[in-house]
Design a protein around this ligand. Structure first.
Ligand code: NI
Length: 171
């Protein structure tokens, strides 16, 4: 169950639209397990498959702060089917944009539909931090990053900073 390397901004893979997961094969289960391990190691509270370079509509989330509190949620082909009018503001970060945090406003409550690793179809509501986290991860499946929700000035500033860092690493 290896920890996988993370895809970091400005890697173009982060802008891909991911494809449906398809049948729940052993490969899909192994991918979900690697994603959880990679997320816990980082550490983070959510990860989309494209963040380890796999363009599949697979997301893992766990808000547990300690290993004892872990409650992994694995979402296959998740979709938001309803959002509340009320919003909440959260200072978001992203494992693909390390050490950058900024406040983002999103709907406070959402309804989502997804499949589980057991092949069940689930529809459920989420609110608060869980809703924020799930929306952030589902965005990744369509090549959207949390910096896209910021002003153009802020987005360009962080984009340039990471482009510069990537160039430094190359040379
Ligand atoms: Ni992210």
């Amino acid at each position: 169950m290896p920890i996988r390397p993370l895809v970091i901004l400005p890697d173009a893979q982060l802008r891909l639209t991911s494809s449906p997961v398809g049948p729940v094969t052993d490969d899909v289960k192994a991918l979900a397990s690697d994603m959880l391990e990679t997320m816990y190691d980082a550490p983070g509270i959510g990860l989309a498959a494209i963040q380890i370079g796999v363009p599949k509509r697979l997301v893992v989330v766990d808000l547990g702060k300690t290993p004892e509190e872990r409650e992994p949620l694995v979402l296959l082909d998740p979709a938001v089917t309803w959002t509340s009018e009320e919003t909440r503001v959260h200072e978001e970060g992203c494992l693909s944009i390390p050490e950058y945090y900024e406040e983002v406003t999103r709907p406070d409550r959402i309804r989502i539909r997804y499949r589980t690793l057991e092949g069940e179809e689930v529809e459920r509501e989420a609110d608060g931090l869980l809703a924020t986290c799930i929306q952030h991860e589902i965005d990744h499946l369509d090549g959207i990053l949390f910096i896209d929700h910021l002003s153009r000035l802020k987005r360009q500033r962080v984009q340039k900073k990471f482009e510069k860092a990537a160039r430094r690493e190359e040379s």
